[in-house]
Design a protein around this ligand. Structure first.
Ligand SMILES: [Fe+2]
Ligand SMILES: [Fe+2]
Length: 280
């Protein structure tokens, strides 16, 4: 079950660093999401890339942190780093749980970590930050899809649902931090939009490859019914990603800001349902 070790409120924007310690127990079923190997594999693949991904996000933003004068933005960066570091830690724990079941997500984690480290070294700080801003929008988009369609998490094992809800809540809380740092220190619109186009193609392609690979490891690669039900959930009926697509597209507007999308009610509902007394 869930244990909150501590939580810290960061003043200014509401960014709460909740130090969690999820315990993933043997009663969690093999297909813990939607009773479907495809949805489970998709989410397991995402979990595999979070620890190295979030380290990359932290380092991209931290590069600029010393130059930030505004005390409120400084505090929000502190909250962002605290939240992402905890996500990385808890996803590592979840990944070890998945490894224990023979999924070998650790191999994906290691591969992505090496690639991101090389990418970071050969890229400018501006390019690293632009990728972080784009990927932070992707995670806020996925988090919004999850929390605005509570019927999805309702069909996930309770401990695993609380774990994903916690991550989604915090992604929405800090969704504008990297963007505001980018606006202040880089503010290159062409780079921002071009990077998002590239990141989207890579993100979708690699997510599909990872899902197929993990489906293969559980013997479900040719389970067409699982693929059909999973794709239907995302793009058909109810089509949770299809319905959230306007949020993704908003990124391409000149006047875009991550906080324009108001999903405060969905976040509050998820906080009381999954975090209860833990959440500030
Ligand atoms: Fe995160
Ligand atoms: Fe994030």
């Amino acid at each position: 079950m869930t244990t909150a070790v501590a939580s810290t409120d960061v003043p200014g924007e509401r960014i709460t660093v909740r130090r969690m310690a999820f315990v993933f127990t043997p009663d969690i079923p093999e297909n813990w999401a939607d009773d479907n190997p495809m949805v489970t594999a998709l989410m397991a693949g995402l979990s595999a890339v979070f620890p190295p991904g979030e380290r990359y996000f932290i380092e991209s933003v931290r590069h600029y942190a010393d130059r930030v004068q505004d005390p409120e933005l400084k505090e929000r960066i502190r909250g962002f780093i605290g939240q992402e570091a905890n996500h990385s830690k808890e996803h590592s724990a979840f990944n070890r749980f998945l490894d224990g079941r023979g999924l070998e997500v650790g191999r994906i984690e290691k591969f992505v970590g090496e690639r991101l480290e090389a990418l970071k070294k050969r890229s400018s700080p501006e390019a690293n930050l632009a990728r972080t801003v784009a990927l932070e929008h992707m995670t806020a988009f996925l988090a919004s899809a999850l929390l605005e369609h509570p019927e999805v998490l309702a069909r996930v094992h309770p401990t695993v649902a609380a774990f994903w809800a916690w991550h989604a809540i915090e992604e929405i809380e800090h969704r504008s931090v990297a963007f505001d740092v980018y606006k202040q220190f880089v503010d290159d619109e062409r780079l921002r939009l071009r990077t998002m186009a590239t990141v989207t193609v890579l993100f979708c392609t690699l997510s599909a490859i990872r899902t197929a690979r993990l489906m293969g490891r559980t013997g479900n690669l040719l389970n067409l019914s699982a693929w059909a039900r999973g794709l239907d959930l995302m793009f058909g009926r109810p089509g949770v990603l299809r319905k959230t697509l306007p949020l993704y597209r908003a990124y391409y507007r000149r006047d875009f800001h991550p906080d324009q999308h108001d999903n405060g009610a969905a976040v509050e509902r998820a906080k009381s349902q999954y975090l209860g007394a833990i959440s500030a």
